[in-house]
Design a protein around this ligand. Structure first.
Ligand code: ZN
Length: 323
């Protein structure tokens, strides 16, 4: 199929969550009623597919695009996900209340549902209340026995590390890291294309249907990395215009932060697509045969075979690709 490559912009797939809110409205999205926790911005998963809004492929889902042009548009590395789907899942999260204490498995975990990948993820904090905190990893010395006992005795929070967060912070969360986003933060999330979460604790609160959400204690205990999960956090305030600051370099994605101040001409490589998430500001992305406007909250998928492109305007962006 001979469609000229161009940056794809998607209509998000919104998800109601017990911990969600209305903060995603501030990006100008048409957010459905209810407590909306997640916008699946670029998604090709059985639980959600995002659809293109612009250009020749408008109306098509990322699953159809994979079938039509994935071989040339996703790149030699970007097309190689073991479940045959697009390798990454990009979300915006509005944490109006605390998320469950959770952990994700890696690709090797034998308890994974068939066709599902493990989940290494990262967050970039777009907005945070002044006193916002998150749960990030175990306290030193907590092993499986201690964590199991703490769960049993209803005091798991004693085992967990709490850290304060502000806009611009970034957190790398390899599979096996116990974590929870907490009330008052809005984040951009870049992750493996997976929807597998094991819940250790949900504050004994009812879910959207009035019943407590399921916990997965045994799976959680099995997949937790008790020593050195590889988690890393970073204050990214030092990012300079026209220079990429690397936030995460995992086997699944490499993510950089960039400050656009005027024109910044770049190029894709045939190895991988590039995902551009606009965190702040506005501007445009132009390429050989067109231009698309860009503003905070927008996420674009630039094909590996796009070639030269120019970011222009006044924007803070994240750039992700498959290394
Ligand atoms: Zn998670």
């Amino acid at each position: 199929m001979s469609i000229q490559p161009y940056p794809l912009h998607f209509k998000p797939e919104f998800k109601e969550r017990v911990w969600g809110g209305r903060a995603l409205e501030k990006f100008g999205f048409d957010v459905p009623a209810g407590a909306i926790g997640e916008g699946w911005m670029i998604a090709d998963h059985p639980n959600g597919v995002s659809h293109v809004t612009n250009g020749a492929l408008a109306g098509k889902g990322l699953d159809e695009i994979r079938e039509l042009v994935g071989a040339s548009w996703f790149g030699t590395k970007g097309g190689g996900s073991s479940n045959g789907r697009f390798p990454l899942l990009i979300k915006l999260l509005d944490c109006n209340d605390d998320l469950s204490i959770q952990v994700h498995p890696n690709d090797e975990y034998e308890g994974l549902p068939k066709g599902e990948l493990g989940k290494t993820e990262m967050w970039y904090v777009l907005d945070a209340k002044p006193d916002a905190k998150i749960i990030y990893g175990l306290k030193p010395g907590v092993d499986r026995t201690e964590m199991a006992r703490a769960i049993e005795e209803g005091r798991i929070m004693d085992s967990l590390q709490e850290v304060s967060v502000k806009a611009g912070d970034t957190f790398y969360i390899p599979a096996g890291t116990v974590h929870a986003l907490c009330a008052g933060v809005v984040v951009a999330e870049i992750q493996q294309n997976s929807d597998t979460t094991y819940r250790l604790y949900d504050y004994n609160r009812p879910g959207l249907d009035g019943k407590p959400r399921e916990l997965h204690i045994e799976d959680s205990l099995n997949v937790t990395a008790y020593e050195d999960s590889g988690a890393a956090r970073m204050d990214t305030a030092g990012a300079k215009p026209g220079k990429w600051l690397t936030l995460a370099n995992s086997p699944y994605f490499k993510t950089d932060k960039g400050i656009v101040n005027g024109q910044w001409t770049l190029s894709t490589s045939t190895d991988s697509f590039v995902i551009v998430i606009v965190c702040e500001g506005s501007g445009s992305i132009s390429w050989a045969s067109g231009l698309v406007d860009a503003k905070a909250g927008d996420c674009f998928l630039l094909p590996a075979n796009l070639g030269t492109y120019t970011l222009d305007g006044s924007m803070t962006v994240l750039r992700s690709l498959v290394p």
